[in-house]
Design a protein around this ligand. Structure first.
Ligand code: MG
Length: 191
């Protein structure tokens, strides 16, 4: 029953992810949550964030910011890192995930979602069978409604941590095989 909340990967920070590896795996587009994923909640994009997106661009990735926050929060951030964006995204609703892929011109099999919340970011991606990465929230102090959700997240993560490692590896590898096959089929159709 918790499965739909499980990310494909849990990593410490977006800034320590080996993105070249994901490019080699066939991924071409990355969707990012903003608050507590790229910067602590409410903070501006800093030099590190700007350089981070430059690096992604150089690797060859397309990206899009997708936030449940208001335009006045999202637009200045997106402008600073030179990224397209969707505000008021109503994650976990699938609509914005699909709109973001349209902006990037990527298919679901080559798109990753990265965020810090299980019930919005990860669940939304999982619902449409997207590859999801959960990162640790950057700032420990959060709004009360998020604090409450964190308690529930802990229950999900407690379950996740107790899963059979072998089963987890097998599931991930099967998912990847299906993903690559779907990509290959699409390439065949397009050529
Ligand atoms: Mg967030």
């Amino acid at each position: 029953m918790f499965k739909k909340f499980y990310p494909k990967k849990i990593l410490r920070s977006v800034y320590s992810i080996n993105f070249k590896k994901y490019y080699k795996m066939g991924f071409r587009g990355i969707l990012f949550d903003i608050d507590n994923t790229l910067v602590p909640h409410g903070q501006k994009a800093d030099e590190r964030t700007v350089n981070f997106f430059k690096k992604l661009k150089n690797i060859g990735f397309k990206f899009c910011l997708i936030s449940n926050n208001k335009e006045e929060r999202v637009k200045p951030f997106a402008d600073a890192v030179d990224a397209p964006y969707i505000y008021d995204a109503h994650k976990p609703a699938a609509k914005s995930y699909n709109a973001a892929m349209e902006i990037m011109g990527t298919d679901i099999e080559e798109t990753i979602f990265i965020g810090d919340q299980v019930f919005t970011d990860v669940y939304g991606g999982n619902r449409i069978n997207m590859y999801t990465i959960l990162v640790r929230p950057m700032h420990p102090k959060e709004e009360i409604q998020i604090v409450l959700k964190r308690y529930l997240e802990r229950i999900v993560m407690w379950k996740y941590a107790r899963r059979d490692r072998k089963e987890l590896r097998q599931e991930n590898s099967q998912y990847n095989k299906r993903r690559l096959l779907a990509l290959k089929n699409k390439e065949g159709k397009n050529s």
